[in-house]
Design a protein around this ligand. Sequence first.
Ligand code: LFR
Length: 451
Amino acid sequence: MRFTAVDLGASSGRVMRAEVTADRVELVEVHRFPNRPVTVAGTLHWDVLALYQDMLEGLRKAGEADSIGIDSWAVDYGLLDDRGGLIGNPVHYRDARTARYTERLGADGYQVNGLQFLPFNTLYQLLESRLGHAETLLMIPDLLTYWLTGVKGAELTNASTTGLFDVRGRDWARPLIAELGLPMRIFPEISVPGTVVGPLNADVGREVGHGGVVTRVASHDTASAVVAVPAQTPGFAYISCGTWSLVGVELDEPVLTGDSMAANFTNEAGVDGTIRYLRNVMGLWILQECMRVWGESDLDGLLRAAALAEPYRMVIDPDDPGFLPPGDMPARIDAYCARTGQPSPGSRAQAVRCILESLALAYRRAVGDAARLSGREIEVVHIVGGGARNALLCQLTADATGLPVVAGPVEAAALGNVLVQARAMGLAADPRELVRRSQPLRTYHPGGGLG
Ligand code: LFR
């Protein structure tokens, strides 16, 4: 059968066409486009109409499929009025409007939502939003689904990132929503990944040149990526490595202890009743911003030079809040090093080395904390997403964790998106097995060398 996956990341989006048979899944990228946030009147926004337009272009290029699925980053949303019109442009989670939240609010109950504290969690954004005549809140993939089909609704995995979700009841946390003074009317009914939404609107069909049906997938990109982790046994940790690095394990039950909250671990909902127990590590964002500031696009060249740079000359804490907003990252690294009595990198190669080693150390901490807090014994680390292509980072991670690292698939989120659709249509009963059979994977061993 044929499927189309729309996968929107913080820095780029893609539309993939997929062919799934009983024992294989093949992906072909048909459209890739940059995701360029726009600052208007001092507020950082997503250019959601440009993303919509590119999605249509991708659907046109992909041709007709048995089903279409959409995933994106989490947390952000659009608000609709009583006629279904979008009120304002969705605000970017890196906008400064939530910077004043530096710790959990009393009413943000970890016992209920199980969510790590991040200043941009939906609930803090909503406290900063004008909800006046808002009738409906739709998370980004749900908003795009609405524009394609006319159907409003919420999808489980993404709803679980709002802070307004009861992780044990797997539904909106009504008492918490009431306590925060937010109107319950704006939260649509939640459906689970694999739910068929309905056909494309006629006008959309005319624009893309074909019809089709939209299925709700694990619409939080990280949840889709975890579906595509090619693990064989329960003793695995994953690092979903793109703009962010999401580091954790897959559990059957949330961990809601005080220790877990103190370690800022999150319990986000996964497919089939699972819990994605993980921590957000700042990820390749710092490197992406350095490259933007340097005007440099040759990542491979930078990585080759970084492999020859001096090991562990300086380290940063990638999770320092100073690295969250867009800006002059090389200067921020210098300032961090000065503040902590370390030399500045002094060259691009050394700066890249510093970022990757600091990430590897952050991964070691997060994998160790996940194991300790969940009681899960970990034998292997899977790196999925764009970072799986970064051999230096994979090797540094194997060295830092002392565990074998299996790298791949690179397009994990799009694959997970497709596999959930395929399963809804009776194919891909064991998604991970299909990934193992059809995707190239590479293993890095601790001490394996950087050559
Ligand atoms: C990764 C991701 C993370 C989420 C962050 C912000 O793309 O979805 O899981 O914490 O983006 O939405």
